[in-house]
Structure formats: structure tokens, C-alpha cells
Design a protein around this ligand. Sequence first.
Ligand code: PGA
Length: 264
Amino acid sequence: MVVENFISYMGIMSRGIHIYANWKMHKICSSAKHFVEHFMPLVDTEEPGIGLAVPYTQIQIVSETVGDAKISVGAQNVSEYSSGAYTGEISTQMLFDVGATFTLVGHSERRHIFHESDEEINAKLRHAKDDAMRVVLCVGETEEQRKEGKTEEAIDRQLKSALNISSPYGLIIAYEPVWAIGTGEVATPEIANAAHKLIRDFLTERFSADEADSIPIIYGGSVKPENTKSLIDMPEIDGFLVGGASLAPKPFAEIVNIARNNGT
Ligand code: PGA
């Protein structure tokens, strides 16, 4: 394990406010660089907790532009394999090589559009953790599951399978109800808080109290500057994973600043 990776890996252990951008399949290198240059003056870049999950091809330029600022740069997906004949796959070492320190795993678009199974998600998570790459694990119920009263069951199944691991260090959990992603329909603070509590209870049962307590649980799904305060005021919400509103520097910086000023 490379020493710098290990230090950055262990550095995530504290709770606190974590605000991550998920750019999905947007931007090119020039617009990514432009974003970072305009975003950095708007926030305190000495305070850790900001992450940018960007397309693979933009990782290097984004991490070079971020420089020494305390902004993590990461990927949106990673291979479960180290190297070999896996056409089109990207390994953890390739990500570290261009400046990434974390990856999303199990985003609902990977689960639903690309049919990633719970087993694959677990394999990716285990592999990334073995290589000391930090992971933002995404979980969340579909609209149908919520309507059928199966929210708890869906989240429980995803967590049980993905977290078949020995230690949760370096992990963040993102609760992202599928019905709220990219729809403009944000979960109410009460709904989000209740789901986060379910996740926290699961972690407390699954790991030691200290380990469970160290894992931030962030909310994703139509987060915007206008709904940031009411969500961050909830006791179980430790930050956000932001899609659409993270594509421009100003709204994303507003979300960061509102979340930090009101964080518990
Ligand atoms: P959204 O996406 O903020 O555009 O709803 C969130 C996500 O998919 O991570």
C-alpha cells in the first residue's frame, strides 16, 4: 500500500460534513478545468470534505488544477479486477496514477441502466478497499419499492451484500432514493433522515460502535441550494452527493457553504 494513499484513506475516518459532486457523463477537459478554477475561490479549500467524482478522462486535469487544495478527486466507477484482459475496464491503480483517491460504487445508474448486481458491487467495493481507495457506496430504493413499503428491505439487502467486508474504514455511504435522482423531486428532510437512521442502525449492528460511528452518511437526489439547509439540519445527514446542481461552480459552492455553516 502506497503511504500517501494510506494516509488519505485513513483521513476520511472522521465524520463531519462531506459534499461530493457527481458529474456523470458531462463536460470535457477544458470545461472541467474551467469549473475548478471558478469553484475554488468560492469555498474554503483548506477544509476537507469536498469531493469531485468526474469522468475518467477528466481526473488528471481536475486533480492537477485542484493542486494542494483539500478537494478530493475521484471516479464514478472502478473495475473489480487489478489488471488483465478486461477490455474497457479501469483499475484502482490506473485511477491513483492520474490523481484519483476515491470512487463511487453502486450508483443507481450503474445498478439500473448497466445492470450491476449486488455481487459485482461487493466485488468492486472489496477490491477498492483492499487497494486503499476510498469508496462512496450508493444505496437507495426505487419508487415502486417505496410504494410497496419495501424501502427498508431494499436498503438492507444492498447494504448486507455490499458490506460483506471486514473493515469499513475509508467508506462513505450515500443514500440516494432512485425516485429523487435527477427528477427534481427531493426527499423530504424527514424521509431522508429516517432512511439515514436505518442505515446508521445497520452499520452499528454490522461493525463496532467506533467503526460504525466513523462512517459519514450523505444524501443524494435533487439537492439544490434551496433545499440544502432543511436537509443538513437533520441530525442523521452528514452531507450530500450532488448531480445536476454540481455542474456549475456557483450552485455547488452555495451547497457547500450552506452545508458547512449549518453542519452539526
Ligand atoms: P441529482 O443526482 O442531484 O441530479 O438528482 C444525484 C446523483 O445521481 O448522484
